[in-house]
Unconditional design. Structure first.
Length: 214
């Protein structure tokens, strides 16, 4: 789970929010002892303070909400110089057919090799927006956002909120080892160490990340 991966990569404080109580219960047991705050609640209405997180990360959540409102919420919660990262699902149109065929083949192969993953999280299929609509919406709401298509019917968004001097220092280092960060092309300095140039010990000690799932 991403929340545990973030802690293992040096993030000082992780808040994981989900509306699914059974999922949170299993996560608490599985990752007992890690400094993770497991919060049952609605990401859109939970009374977090504005700019209170260094990063807001989301997996397979945005298609359950109004995307524009959810992205604005992410941007509001992250501090200047912080990061919004999303891995999401979208519907396809005829332009996406090659990607969809490749995703269908890969899904069947993975299912045959690894079995199907059963979960209690709410599902919504097909997603309300196409990949093209997702890209247009994200570009409008988060100027400068980086959008990418991925296998298995996924896309990713990475956006860095302008810091006080309207710039974010980027450290070009090998990508962090957990799969979520690889998909987002996030550098360790952006998620597990900060992006403002503090000494390493201060960067790791101070970072606070919100992780949202359906």
């Amino acid at each position: 789970m991403l929340a545990a991966d973030l802690v293992d990569h040096g993030v000082a404080e992780v808040v994981a929010i989900d509306v699914d109580a059974p999922v949170l219960g299993r996560a608490r047991v599985r990752h007992a002892g890690r400094p993770i705050a497991w919060l049952e609640g609605d990401f859109m209405t939970e009374p977090f303070e504005r700019g209170s997180f260094d990063a807001v990360l989301s997996v397979a959540m945005l298609h359950h909400l109004d995307m524009e409102s959810a992205l604005r919420r992410c941007a509001d919660l992250v501090r200047p110089g912080g990061v919004v990262g999303v891995v999401g699902l979208a519907a396809f149109d005829w332009r996406d057919l090659p990607h969809e065929l490749a995703g269908a083949v890969a899904t069947r192969l993975l299912g045959a090799l690894r079995g199907r993953w059963a979960h209690t999280a709410p599902t919504l299929w097909p997603p309300p927006l196409t990949y093209s609509q997702v890209r247009l919406t994200a570009t409008r709401v988060l100027p400068g956002v980086r959008y990418r298509r991925h296998a298995l019917w996924r896309y990713s968004l990475v956006w860095e909120k302008a810091s006080a001097d309207n710039s974010v220092q980027r450290a070009r280092q090998p990508v962090a080892s957990n799969g979520f960060c690889r998909n987002l092309e996030l550098q360790p300095a952006q998620v597990t160490r900060g992006a403002l140039g503090e000494p390493r010990s201060q960067r790791q000690r101070g970072w606070k990340v919100l992780f949202t799932v359906p």
